[in-house]
Ligand binder design. Structure first.
Ligand code: NAD
Ligand code: UDP
Length: 319
């Protein structure tokens, strides 16, 4: 296949480029670098099967030649208010990437009769009242809260994707991605894993927002990319949760990272840094992915953190 990947210079997008190239496909990567980094693609310079186009997906997209698949991953993805890369500080760009960017990428898929895969998110469930979250849960979302620029854009993106599927018969897929971490996350995007690992490597206390009893379920990037690839080559048109079903409190995550990095500086709590829309619990029910994609994650949190730490050591000049 010749595959267009938007958000290619980001964390997930760049790993997807690598996986698709390894599988023998040709890849066209597209990005405007708003939260991504050209270093994530530097190793692909000179690769005959890779073409990069610098472009904002909110504007009309032109790709020379035909494409067989479109993976729409372009969007700011961090909720952290303290980071300039957080979507709360890029509200219009985030809504445009989710709305106009999805429209443009669906359009290019339709023009090429290509399959389409949307990077959706567990955030479409909001601060969920059902636990764990199954795909049939409609969510508990504040339409005007600070996170709404991301949550509602992704909900619109899902609706538009299903409209193209139902009305135009487009061959679409929707991945509801839960918290994923690994090398190439932006060190300054403020998400919890890069924050904690860099604090631990600097021998500083880890900044736990709120009381730390809020939970997430962390998936290592290689497992996530494998789930997305399986979805791409499947015939699964309904949304599908992809994530690790093992739930961890943020407090326990801090203890694990301090222990694995031998950081004795402990934890510091910031009660006010935890916003009201910060979900209390998040864990995917992955029965659909298990049954329909024959997929489940294999990499434990401890192993994933150990695989991720050297990347941040390099970024901090500590390698
Ligand atoms: P990221 O910030 O590392 O990557 C996003 C990439 O999209 C960046 O390279 C950025 O420059 C690019 N981009 C943003 N707006 C663009 C635009 N208008 N035009 C072109 N490029 C644009 O984030 P990520 O974690 O790799 O997330 C990738 C996708 O996966 C996002 O759509 C996000 O919503 C989704 N997702 C990620 C997670 C996660 O835990 N990492 C969880 C749920 C969903
Ligand atoms: N968090 C934290 N300290 C940090 C960064 C994040 O305690 O330095 C918390 C945050 O409040 C949230 C959880 O960690 O409850 C996960 O945050 P992240 O930004 O990674 O993404 P989210 O899952 O909220 O989209």
């Amino acid at each position: 296949m010749r595959v267009l990947i938007t958000g290619a210079a980001g964390f997930l997008g760049s790993h997807l480029c690598d996986r698709l190239l390894r599988e023998g496909h040709q890849v066209v990567g597209m990005d405007n670098f708003i939260t991504g980094n050209s270093e994530n693609l530097a190793h692909l310079a000179g690769n005959q099967n890779f073409l990069f186009i610098r472009h904002d997906v909110s504007n009309f997209i032109f790709v020379p030649g035909s494409v067989d698949a479109v993976l729409h991953f372009a969007s700011p993805a961090s909720p952290n208010e303290s980071s300039p890369l957080g979507y709360i500080n890029l509200p219009i760009q985030t809504m445009k990437a989710g709305a106009l960017g999805t429209h443009n990428t669906l359009g290019i898929a339709r023009a090429n009769d290509a399959r389409f895969l949307l990077a959706s998110t567990s955030e479409i469930y909001g601060d969920p009242l059902e636990h764990p979250q199954t795909e049939s849960y409609w969510g508990h979302v504040d339409p005007i809260g600070k996170r709404s620029v991301y949550d509602e854009a992704k909900r619109f993106a899902e609706a538009l994707t299903m409209a193209y599927h139902r009305f135009h018969g487009l061959d679409t897929r929707i991945a509801r991605i839960f918290n994923t971490y690994g090398p190439r996350m932006h060190i300054d995007d403020g998400r919890v894993v890069p924050n904690f690992i860099q604090q631990a490597l600097r021998l500083e206390p880890l900044t736990v927002y709120g009381d730390g009893v809020q939970t997430r379920s962390f998936c290592y990037v290689d497992d996530m990319v494998d789930g997305i690839y399986r979805l791409l080559i499947s015939e699964e048109h309904e949304p599908i949760n992809i994530g690790n079903p093992i739930e961890t409190s943020i407090h326990d995550l801090a203890l694990i990272i301090n222990s694995l990095t031998n950081n004795s500086a402990g934890i510091v709590s910031f009660e006010r840094k935890r916003g009201p829309s910060d979900p209390q619990r998040r864990r995917p029910d992955i029965s659909r992915a298990r049954n329909n994609l024959n997929w489940e994650p294999h990499i434990s949190l401890e192993e994933g953190i150990q695989r991720t730490t050297p990347y941040f050591q390099g970024k901090l000049g500590l390698a």
